[in-house]
Design a protein around this ligand. Structure first.
Ligand code: TRP
Length: 362
């Protein structure tokens, strides 16, 4: 695929900074689309990496759409699993974190046929070799030993439909998702050029980069429930403390930030900084390292204690609100039903515009 100005990471970073400025100046011109797969309970990586960013954008006044990407769960696994309860848990955590269902729309793939139908005309705009060149698809093909599903092959196009169906023009993502935004831009541009004459239907979506979206798990690997290295938002304080106590550190007493060689220690330092509401950077990390090393009780034990306290204090209001919302699950299902209705209306309008442009109105 040809590069689209998102070619290098630093170019993407500077575009993202400019986008942030534009949103601040005129939030009404922007619609945010974010998504996640309902594969399990959400953890602090989700909260710091994406949910808090959504809350921030909602507070700036932008419209936010949160897709619970249930069909995407089937790209690389045979069964959907507990997809409905996972979806409701996602909504619980998003509401507890401050998203307001009156202004933020929650919806699922499987309930929006018109969104899914957009995938067909979009597929006609890309070549088979472009699909194979997507880094996620490539990695998946290798990992699956040639047994990748057809849905996995077209997943970046499906994701383009996720964004373009509602004309989302801001997509908060981590670095790993940048190639998907690029393909969504390519599709938007090609559709406009091929079918829209002098006009255009689709805006070109832009990536808003989040720098905490790849928060590591307790062992330094990707944070994931299946690795047992994730602090989930719905855990109790005691479970959180126990999980941190069991996490692997090392025998060097002096604390230092070194993700490569000391993944467990470094992950805990990341958590302390973020849970104390600070920005994650070399300086803030250094301050925590100093704070621990200058204490007579310095060492991994003190680090774990501080991480446990910081996380449990930080999550206290979230966990309280989550438990409140969980008392009324009818309300949560209602939030999703209403979101689906709204998303479907928008998708139907867009599909109609697409049909008019393509000349397939009967
Ligand atoms: N692929 C994203 C993930 O695995 C989830 C997702 C689905 C998404 N559709 C999207 C993200 C559209 C942004 C835009 O986390």
């Amino acid at each position: 695929m040809h590069s689209d100005g998102l070619g290098t990471f630093s170019a993407a970073q500077s575009r993202s900074k400019k986008l942030e400025e534009k949103i601040r100046q005129n939030h009404k011109a922007f619609r945010v689309l974010t998504g996640e797969r309902p594969t399990g309970l959400l953890h602090i990586g989700h909260l710091f990496g994406s949910i808090m960013e959504r809350v921030r954008l909602q507070q700036l006044g932008t419209e936010v759409f949160v897709l619970i990407a249930d069909y995407q769960v089937m790209t690389d696994r045979d069964e959907l699993g507990a997809v409905t309860s996972n979806a409701y848990n996602i909504i619980l955590d998003n509401l507890a974190a401050g998203l307001d269902p009156e202004v933020t729309t929650f919806f699922v793939h499987s309930q929006i046929p018109e969104l899914n139908q957009l995938v067909l005309p979009f597929l006609s705009l890309v070549s088979e070799s472009e699909l194979h060149r997507n880094p996620t698809v490539k990695a998946e093909l290798e990992a699956s030993g040639g047994k990748m599903s057809g849905l996995m092959l077209i997943y970046p196009i499906h994701q383009a439909a996720d964004i373009l169906f509602c004309k989302g023009n801001v997509v908060p993502v981590g670095k790993d998702q940048l190639p998907h935004i690029e393909i969504a831009r390519v599709i938007a541009r090609r559709f406009n050029e091929r079918f829209c004459g002098d006009g255009s239907i689709f805006p070109l979506p832009e990536a808003l980069l989040s720098n905490t979206s790849l928060l590591p798990g307790l062992d330094g690997r990707k944070m994931s429930k299946s690795f047992g290295n994730a602090i989930s938002l719905s855990m109790t304080n005691d479970d959180t403390a126990a999980l941190i106590r069991r996490s692997e550190t090392d025998s060097t007493r002096e604390i230092s930030y070194d993700p490569e060689n000391r993944p467990g220690i470094s992950a805990l330092l990341d958590y302390i900084v973020l849970a104390r509401g600070q920005e994650l950077n070399a300086e803030s990390l250094h301050l925590v390292v100093d704070e621990i090393n200058s204490d007579p009780k310095y060492g991994a034990g003190l680090l774990k204690q501080k991480a446990t306290d910081a996380i449990n204090d930080f999550l206290e209001p979230h966990r309280t609100k989550r438990a409140e919302y969980a008392k009324n699950m009818d309300y949560i299902t209602e939030v999703l039903k209403n979101g689906n209705i709204k998303a479907r209306e928008i998708a139907a309008t867009t599909l109609h515009e697409v049909s008019v442009a393509m000349g397939t109105v009967y």
